[in-house]
Ligand binder design. Structure first.
Ligand code: NAD
Length: 489
């Protein structure tokens, strides 16, 4: 069985750690590989290699640095299908969803190739007589990303291409549950022939992440994961004086107004709630029906949930794969039970799912809870599974109030044909990503992947210009060149 390796200072090494975890195929429960949990010494080796590579890499002109990214894009394109398959194998999402993820990863490489203009500074002549002032963007140094399980390819690419293009050196720590996709990508990175130490891969779990957070040579941390861990990561990064962009969990409401188009709204909300088995930070988790919308929407969404084809994501026609682990399945089923105990009615029950031929897989079928009590724990708890709770309110103001009183602020969506309602919602909803007649408001690579309140800690987000600002520090220079001095020339 494959033993997952680290890629440090331009070569592959097995983690020395004696503690190993199995990487499971969630559709079958079978082991695909084992992954070692790297120790602090291995993090130190990667950080030292990255620190040693930094001076030469930052002096490499930006136009030359992006040549490596052009090569990487080409390799990712050529290995597109194989990468998508690896994602499905270790994460469980369908092949079509995995393809979408690889596409998004590549788009971030494409945007980062614009760095020669994206990282330009600016200059003012004569702020006083003979005095000029300029702002230069310079790289930060060694940077690292700590990543979650749900997008093994895309999420590291919210960060890595920008960090490298800006002249930083980099360490990626994938989730210990899905390390294989990044191994395949680093096999391509090896072919790109970045200078040794510029980009490194270190596997592990909590202790590995903590060693990264505590390492003095690492200057910037990009994190994506659950909110309780995000809070610890943000505090620990700050204690070490590092800049940090820290994305947390979510509980995303979608609001359905009576004037929404029922057919398309149902299809889009079902895709949002049950796509990737609900394991997306932009998954719809609560559907809030306003006024008369309830009558038609409840039946329609229940039917869409019941009809969804669940199975092994590698198979043609399957619309939803398993959840990531047996523990996750148990947790999701427990939370459905909690909703029921709090008074919700389980209209479509996905517990106890059995998929013929995949008895060892971690499947939960789409679940719809109706009449979820607004004050219930189920309304605030991130389930991270294919479970949609339905809440009914009388007015759009009540619905927006529900959005704004939640703990999280990752995404909220509105379904309507009214421009005035859409504008009101866009203006008043206190979340970072808004969808209008869109169910997964995922920003393109040239926009920041936003997030507010407990879904994000920091200032600058991943992707696009925010990433460029995060991975550069601003140096302001004031220069005096008296006119008399130039008379000599
Ligand atoms: P997680 O928080 O369990 O793990 C994330 C990463 O942190 C992993 O690499 C893990 O090894 C590491 N880690 C675990 N405990 C740690 C600790 N105490 N200190 C430092 N590092 C630690 O998250 P997950 O289960 O892999 O991913 C799912 C979560 O990620 C969900 O909550 C989801 O909403 C969130 N997520 C958010 C976004 C976003 O854009 N806001 C995107 C994707 C996923």
């Amino acid at each position: 069985m494959e033993v997952v390796r680290n890629y440090v200072d331009g070569s592959w090494r097995e983690p020395a750690a004696s503690e190993r975890l199995e990487v499971l195929n969630p559709a079958t429960g079978e082991a695909l590989a084992t992954v070692g949990l790297s120790l602090a010494e291995e993090v130190d080796r990667a950080a030292q290699a990255a620190a040693a590579a930094f001076p030469e890499w930052r002096r490499t002109p930006a136009v030359e640095r992006v040549q490596y990214l052009f090569k990487l894009k080409d390799l990712l394109d050529r290995h597109f299908e194989e990468l998508a398959r690896t994602i499905t194998l270790e994460n469980g999402k369908t092949l079509e969803e995995a393809r979408g993820e690889v596409r998004r990863a590549i788009e971030n490489v494409e945007v980062a190739c614009g760095i020669p203009s994206l990282m330009q500074g600016y200059l003012s002549e004569d702020i006083a007589r003979g005095i000029d002032e300029l702002m230069i963007r310079q790289p930060v140094g060694v940077c690292a990303a700590l990543c979650p399980f749900n997008f093994p390819a895309m999420i590291p690419f919210w960060f890595m291409p920008y960090a490298l293009a800006c002249g930083n050196t980099f360490i990626v720590k994938p989730s210990e549950r899905v390390p294989l996709t990044m191994v395949r990508i680093f096999e391509l990175i090896e072919q790109v022939e970045f200078p040794r130490g510029v980009v490194n891969l270190v596997h592990g779990s909590r202790q590995t992440a903590e060693a990264i957070l505590d390492h003095p040579a690492i200057r910037a941390i990009s994190f994506v994961g659950s909110t309780p861990v995000a809070k610890q990561v943000y505090a620990r990064a700050a204690a070490g004086g590092k800049r940090a962009q820290v994305q947390g969990g979510a509980k995303n409401p979608v609001i359905v107004l009576p004037d929404a188009d029922l057919e398309s709204t149902t299809r889009i909300v079902a895709d949002s709630a049950f796509g990737s088995a609900g394991q997306r930070c932009l998954a719809a988790s609560l559907a809030v029906t306003v006024g008369d919308a309830r009558d038609s929407f409840v039946e329609a969404i229940a039917q869409a949930a019941a009809e969804r084809v669940v199975g092994n994501g590698l198979e043609e026609g399957v619309q939803m794969g398993p959840v990531i682990s047996v523990a996750s399945k148990a947790r999701i089923e427990r939370l459905i039970g909690l909703g029921e105990a709090e008074g919700a009615k389980v209209m479509v029950d996905g517990r106890g799912a059995k998929i013929t031929g995949y008895e060892g897989g971690f499947f939960v079928r789409p679940t719809v809870l109706v009449d979820v009590p607004k004050e219930g724990e189920i309304v605030t708890t991130e389930i991270f599974g294919p479970v949609l709770g339905l809440i009914h309110v009388a007015t759009i103001d009540e619905a927006i109030d529900l959005v704004n009183t939640g703990q999280y602020g990752n995404m909220a969506c509105l379904f309507t044909s009214s421009g005035a309602a859409a504008r009101k919602f866009r203006y008043e909803a206190e979340v970072g990503n808004i969808g209008i007649n869109i169910g997964v408001a995922a920003p393109m690579a040239f926009f920041p992947f936003s997030g507010w309140r407990e879904s994000f800690f920091g200032v600058l987000h991943g992707q696009g210009r925010d990433a460029v600002e995060f991975y550069t520090q601003e140096k302001v220079v004031v220069e005096r060149w008296p006119k008399e001095w130039s008379r000599k020339f």
